[in-house]
Design a protein around this ligand. Sequence first.
Ligand SMILES: [Zn+2]
Length: 213
Amino acid sequence: MMSSSTNSNQVVTLVSRHSAFLPFSLSRYRRQWFLTYPRPYGMTSPQGQRIHSMLNIPDTSVDEAYARRHFWLYDPDSLPYSPEKDSDERFIGSRIHILLDSETPVVKLTGRTRTEQSKSPRDYGKEFTCYEFEVLIPDEGLLRQCYYCFAWEGEGPMTRFTACGDDVFWCEECKEQGKVVASVSGIADKFYRDILAPTFDRNTVARDSLYYY
Ligand SMILES: [Zn+2]
């Protein structure tokens, strides 16, 4: 095991038979939750991408403090989840199963459900059941991304990034450069790398970022 919820300065990983035992982690920026890869894996596209998927549509109708501990799983393709029936089955890639059947408990259902409509062009308007989740691990257990250079934790030895603002983190290098330098050069670089460059160069793919949302 890479980590456990008892060590508060570790990224907590979800491991389940539904992901063929590939570890996942959770990340969050304000009200937006993500399923992430705690390490760069070769099979992601583009390579090294760390965001697997967004888990929710940010809920602005509740206090942000509440939204930082809860989310409604937005998954129009979600398979039904029943703990008694599913105990040995494998639902490869099913996020509700990956979340709930993790060997380390990371989230639980609150018991509340609601009906949502799909916003995907493929099945626009299709109704599906949304489940509300409560996050059981502390914020320290979430995988962090540097706000300035978009580096992720877990590139090499796991060194934790530190807070540089409300819900914002920076890596060791950006921290050494200092906040002013990092914000000026970082924003210019991000603008070029992720907004300008992909529009005229098809080989440049916007880096995945928690902070776009
Ligand atoms: Zn950085």
